[in-house]
Design a protein around this ligand. Structure first.
Ligand code: FE2
Ligand code: FE2
Length: 297
């Protein structure tokens, strides 16, 4: 199977969602509270609820599950983890990210920076370490992939391991039947190309903004913060525990942090934007404490 060439896609295949936020709004319906695990009943209820937004999310997952092959992931790692596209200061990077605007719903949606700031402020308000606040501030910076013309299904969406069998706990698992890897017997055993308890550092996840921002930040933040960045969209593990067999004890220890982080991402959205002018000095100091003067994309 040749690697998917995303340039041959139609507009609707590149951007099935009216904005990236539609995916996150949908997560809130799947996980309406911090304790929720999508058990069979709630999963069924979720799927039976039909509306145009839900249909676009379903189409989004159809594309994501069809095109995120092992080879596609490897190709995107090679393309983007060189970080040779752009270099800019942190504050210019937030302006760059904010070019991702949602025209469909200008009154209710906050820009990307406001979501990041609300996440980091909620973490700070609960007295967590400053590097966790910083993880909150940067966790979605990888969505800048969209600004390099990447299709939405290669930027957001729940992530999952490639190169081994798909968990039934991943949302819309039936769409994996369209994935060329589904026909590859090497990839379709429980462990696939991995082994029991090999540790997630050995495992490639579907490509998206998590892996990208993790690699952007990996030299600068403590390990628990890096786990939060790298696995915050890995719902089939951090909510559903579908891949415990690939984790080692160190991953299990670190996933306590991923789970601690997730509610701040999902439930901190608030229509009132934080007062950036007041907050700015704190964040300038925090960024200067951990990060270099410029970031590479
Ligand atoms: Fe995210
Ligand atoms: Fe987020």
């Amino acid at each position: 199977m040749n690697a998917m060439n995303s340039n041959n896609l139609s507009a609707s295949e590149t951007n099935p969602l009216s904005s990236l936020d539609v995916w996150e709004d949908d997560l809130l319906e799947r996980y309406p509270d911090p304790e929720t695990i999508a058990r069979d009943k709630s999963t069924e209820e979720y799927r039976n609820y039909e509306d145009p937004k839900r249909e676009s999310v379903k189409e989004f997952y159809r594309l994501n599950h069809t095109y995120q092959t092992y080879d596609f992931v490897k190709q995107k790692q090679t393309e983007f983890l060189k970080f040779d596209k752009k270099e800019m200061s942190v504050w210019d990077a937030f302006n760059f990210l904010n070019q991702l605007v949602d025209d469909s719903d200008p009154d209710t949606d906050l820009d990307q920076f406001q979501h990041l700031l609300q996440t980091s402020e909620a973490i700070r308000a609960d007295g967590h370490p400053d590097w966790m606040v910083l993880a909150g501030l940067f966790h979605d910076m990888g969505k800048t992939l969209c600004l390099f013309d990447e299709p939405q299904w290669a930027v957001v969406g729940d992530t999952f391991p490639v190169g081994c069998a798909y968990s039934e706990k991943i949302v819309y698992p039936e769409f994996f039947k369209n994935n060329p890897d589904y026909e590859n017997p090497v990839y379709q055993t429980k462990y696939g190309i991995y082994s029991h308890g090999c540790g997630l550092r050995q495992v490639d996840l579907s490509w998206g903004h998590d892996e990208y921002v993790y690699n952007m930040m990996k030299d600068y933040l403590p390990e628990p913060a890096l786990y939060m960045l790298r696995y915050h969209s890995f719902y089939s593990q951090h909510r559903e525990n579908g891949y415990d067999h690939l984790m080692d004890d160190h991953d299990r220890e670190m996933f306590k942090w991923v789970k601690l982080f997730n509610p701040y991402d999902l439930y901190s959205k608030n229509p009132t934007p934080p007062n950036w002018q007041e907050l700015r000095p704190y964040y300038e100091d925090l960024v200067a404490k951990y990060l270099p003067a410029t970031l590479k994309f």
